[in-house]
Design a binder for this molecule. Structure first.
Ligand code: FAD
Ligand code: NAI
Length: 468
């Protein structure tokens, strides 16, 4: 029987990174992953195959289309007759996915990681390890890392199928739906809703809660909502979905809004109401792997499950369901198995929403800091006063810095505007090193750059912003 020091179940960003780090640390490593794309094994999990990467590829294509069709006119450029070839756009997206999933397979070979395609199932504990069914082959592993990720949550009233799709279906529409319904104004709702709106769909977003992007800073979500509404996304808040019917040619959705019952007709309906942990096929119940009440694998602060030498990371353990959180947990768990001090700083996990304008934040919001009883000072700087943003022709949004009122330590940075997906990294680094608003404000930033908006927001904390 093949025996490994580390067997990883799941080849998404959590699992494949854990496997590579474990191999770097000198372990013999195997990874069993069940993901299949176009009938073939495809490493990289949700993120590379049907999540982060393909959604960003379509966001980029659709943004270019919108820019060429409308936004370049103020630069004195007129382009007539811009057209979209949806099949070509999807083909480009698929080739980006192929490159990256193939890249993971290459990295596995390079690091001598044995790859099994199919389900991984914990069978029984054996002397010094676990016997695992790795895609039909029994193997032995001294340590097992569970990184089986998550699946879209279905609305019981609207099971996926036909015209009712989850994220993977929403990345594959063969033509632009005229009328697109989205249930859930969360991250997927606004990103994929934006893709199809830019390509010409009339998009209606139905959200159960009264607010929008609630984990974000209130000023950021207010600004983002204003911008998205201006673009034509039609949001309905505090709705209660009462009936969803797929009529073959279209989907009718009945919901109550302000005590009125409304029925809307869509060509396609995306249901994006969150994700649930995936423990399917893992054999959790048979071996007594403990799950919490919502189905997440229970772990301690070192990723140990209740079973000896079985660890778990990524979406399947809950917390922020983000690829970079899963990746960093992958590095940490491999180091912990090697007896090192693997660690993830959960206080500074960046969130980025790749809409236009982009949204990004890390650390505490002003409200969250106040709720913790921390007195804060804030500084805010608009991109409309930033030379580079004006030059780009995209001065929407602002940067807000939240700092501890007594120590000046930066507790959170919140942004909505151009390229903030990249700007947030500087804020994360500063917070990782416990930097102050003054540290950031007195750091020289190149001119003219968007990053000066971050510097000025930090200077604003000490009432020193120059260009406001
Ligand atoms: P996954 O990526 O889900 O990988 C788990 C793997 O395990 C899968 O390949 C699955 O097939 C396999 N598996 C499951 N059970 C078994 C088993 N028993 N045996 C063998 N294999 C098994 N995050 C970001 O940070 N940035 C983004 O821009 C972003 N965009 C997203 C867009 C969309 C549309 C979606 C749906 C998600 C997005 N995410 C994004 C979230 C991100 O994809 C997840 O947080 C990330 O993929 C989690 O990684 P993971 O390794 O825990 O699990
Ligand atoms: P989400 O949690 O971001 O949003 C779900 C929304 O649906 C919430 O606003 C919720 O109130 C609403 N909702 C729930 N039940 C509802 C109902 N019955 N009717 C109407 N609305 C309802 O979940 P989403 O968008 O599905 O994304 C899942 C996760 O994937 C994200 O939380 C994130 O972790 C990850 N992701 C990350 C991205 C990024 O980092 N850019 C991009 C896309 C996804």
């Amino acid at each position: 029987m093949d025996t490994y020091d580390v067997l990883v179940i799941g080849g998404g960003p959590g699992g494949y990174v854990a496997a590579i780090r474990a191999a770097q640390l000198g372990f013999s490593v195997a990874c069993v992953d069940a993901f299949t794309r176009d009938g073939k094994p495809s490493l990289g999990g949700t993120c590379l195959n049907i999540g982060c990467i393909p959604s960003k590829a379509l966001l980029d294509s659709s943004e270019k289309f919108e820019m060429i069709s409308h936004d370049v006119q103020e630069h004195g450029i007129t382009v007539e007759g811009a057209k979209i070839d949806v099949a070509k756009m999807l083909g480009r997206k698929n080739s980006v996915v192929d490159k990256l999933t193939g890249g993971v397979a290459y990295l596995f070979k390079k690091n001598k990681i044995k790859s099994y395609h199919g389900y991984g199932k914990l069978l029984r504990q054996d002397e010094g390890g676990w016997i695992v069914d790795a895609a039909g082959t029994e193997v032995k592993a001294k340590n097992v890392i569970v990184a089986t990720g998550s699946n879209p949550r279905a609305l019981p009233l609207a099971p996926f199928g036909g015209n009712i799709v989850e994220n993977s279906g929403a990345l594959e529409f063969g033509e632009v739906p005229k009328r697109l319904g989205v249930i859930g104004a969360g991250v997927i709702g606004v990103e994929l809703g934006s893709v199809w709106r830019r390509l010409g769909a009339q998009v209606t977003v139905l959200e159960a809660l009264p607010g929008f992007l609630l984990p974000a800073d209130a000023a950021v979500s207010r600004e983002a909502l204003k911008q998205f509404q201006k673009q034509g996304l039609d949001f309905h808040f505090s709705v209660n979905i009462t009936e969803v019917r797929d009529n073959g040619g279209s989907v009718s959705v009945t919901y109550t809004e302000k005590e009125q019952s409304v029925t809307a007709e869509f060509d396609k309906l995306i249901v994006s109401i969150g994700r649930v942990p995936n423990t399917e096929g893992l054999g959790a119940a048979q071996v007594g792997l403990e799950l919490d009440e919502r189905g997440f694998v229970k772990i301690d602060e070192h990723y140990h499950t209740n079973l000896p030498s079985v660890y778990a990371i990524g979406d399947v353990v809950g917390g922020a369901m983000l690829a970079h959180k899963a990746e960093d947990e992958g590095v940490a768990v491999a180091e912990i198995i090697a007896g090192q001090a693997g660690h993830v700083n959960y206080d500074v996990i960046p969130w980025v929403i790749y809409t236009s304008p982009e949204i990004a934040w890390a650390g505490l919001t002003e409200q969250a800091a106040k709720d913790k009883g921390i007195a804060v000072k804030t500084g805010q700087f608009p991109f409309s006063a930033n030379g580079r943003a004006l030059g780009h022709g995209d001065p929407r949004g602002f940067v807000k810095v939240v700092a501890d009122a007594s120590t000046d330590k930066v507790l959170g940075v919140h942004m909505v505007g151009p390229n903030v997906s990249e700007l947030i990294a500087e804020a994360v680094t500063l917070m990782e090193f416990g930097g102050s608003a003054e540290d950031l404000g007195r750091t020289v930033h190149a001119h003219p750059t968007l990053s000066e908006a971050l510097k000025e927001a930090a200077m604003g904390v000490g009432k020193m912003a120059i260009h406001l």
